[in-house]
Design a protein around this ligand. Structure first.
Ligand code: SF4
Ligand code: SF4
Length: 380
């Protein structure tokens, strides 16, 4: 069975409006609970928590545990790479941020057709191979949200890659954009190690519509909703790590318990998940996983991930009381230095960053219509 990886993408915050204001005390407790449970794989990236994610790893893990007790995976930020000369300084900075002499796993971050235009003249693959030969990386790979055909092209052209980090969960298994199943099959064909991200699809699978929850609970009242998602991924053949990005100690403890209890699904349960997927798909308005890749690119400082989350939650409830998500939107709009949905100037810069291929400016129009026009009649 796969091991649990601790993703450091959505760490607890002391100020929910400041992604750099990390609750280090709670992260220390989470790291201790995770290590005590017998796991040791941490996953971060140059861009997580607006650039302080790797530093959080150093503070909470490197400065508190011996180097041989954990594995660290991080990622080269392709989003900012336009020329070769940037590679060495960024890599050196990452070693320094993390406080280590080498990375166990190093990935090209979010390789996709969209990001390719910026770095197509930069030989990223030779760079990471060279760093491996120099002893700064143990294993090289990619993270990608591309489809199976795209993945096949990369793995065919780059046999030096040892592993892939893929978005896999029961909802995306047969999704025609994500193609989780087909991507896993391609990775197997090329004999790559597979790590999984988004097993709960950014939290969607922890908070399914009532109708779907009812079906799961009727079949087995003792199993939590999220356990179905974990059991689905943890038992896939050839998967070595399942990453979850807990935001609280409680969530992390639940993840630990879920993977320990993750016995294989039976045929009836697989059928139930197909039914549940149909219900969820008919309820999701925006397929946003809250990865936040788009947020830093927005010149209007719109917290796209946060607004889409509010919008989804609002739409998911049959009768949403405006005091819930409408008020949350109003509170957001009053924060200093943030853009609201109607501030979008449709520059489309964010589109290149979105692994879920969401038409962000179009959806923001709906968000603005719902929260600004229909509820509050904002004047912008
Ligand atoms: S299209 Fe809108 S949301 Fe996207 S980067 Fe431009 S202003 Fe920001
Ligand atoms: S809109 Fe796309 S890039 Fe932005 S947070 Fe959501 S999934 Fe990520």
């Amino acid at each position: 069975m796969a091991k649990l990886g601790m993703g450091l993408m959505r760490l607890p915050l002391l100020d929910e409006n400041d992604f750099t204001n990390i609750d280090y005390e709670q992260v220390n407790q989470m790291v201790d609970a995770y290590m005590d449970a017998g796991f040791n794989h941490f996953d971060t990236a140059f861009v997580y928590h607006e650039g302080v994610g790797e530093d959080a790893f150093k503070k909470c893990v490197v400065e508190r545990y011996p180097r041989d007790s954990y594995k660290i995976a991080t990622k080269l930020p392709l989003f900012v790479i336009t020329e070769e000369s940037q590679l060495e300084p960024i890599f050196a900075q990452q070693l320094q941020n993390c406080g280590v002499d080498y990375f166990d796993y190093y990935m090209l971050h979010n390789v996709s057709g969209f990001t390719e235009t910026a770095w197509k003249n930069v030989d990223l693959y030779s760079f990471i191979q060279k760093k491996k030969e120099e002893g700064y990386i143990k294993h090289i790979g990619i993270s990608t949200h591309g489809n199976a055909e795209f993945l096949e092209e990369i793995l065919f052209e780059h046999p030096e890659l040892e592993f892939v980090l893929l978005q896999i969960n029961y909802l995306d298994w047969e999704d025609e954009n994500i193609e989780s199943r087909k991507c896993l099959e391609v990775a197997r064909k090329y004999d790559k190690q597979v790590m999984i991200m988004e097993p709960y699809k950014g939290g969607f699978l922890a908070d399914v519509p009532e109708e779907a929850e009812k079906i799961m609970k009727e079949y087995n009242p003792d199993r939590s909703v999220v356990s179905w998602a974990m059991r689905f991924v943890a038992n896939l053949d050839d998967v070595c790590v399942v990453l979850t990005g807990a935001s609280t100690l409680e969530q992390l403890e639940n993840n630990i318990q879920e993977i320990k209890d993750a016995d294989p699904l039976n045929d009836d349960e697989y059928k139930i998940l197909e039914e549940v997927s149909e219900i969820i798909n008919s309820n999701i308005t925006v397929d946003c996983t809250k990865c936040r890749y788009c947020v830093d690119t927005c010149s209007e400082d719109i917290d796209i991930a946060r607004l889409f989350d509010l919008y989804n939650k609002h739409k998911m409830l049959e009768k949403d009381d405006w005091t819930q998500h409408g008020n949350a939107y109003l509170n957001y709009s009053k924060l200093p230095d943030v853009g609201i949905a109607s501030d979008c100037i449709e520059c489309e810069v964010c589109l290149e960053e979105c692994p879920q291929q969401i038409n962000i400016p179009e959806v923001l129009k709906d968000v603005a219509k719902t929260f600004e026009t229909e509820i509050y009649g904002f004047e912008n």
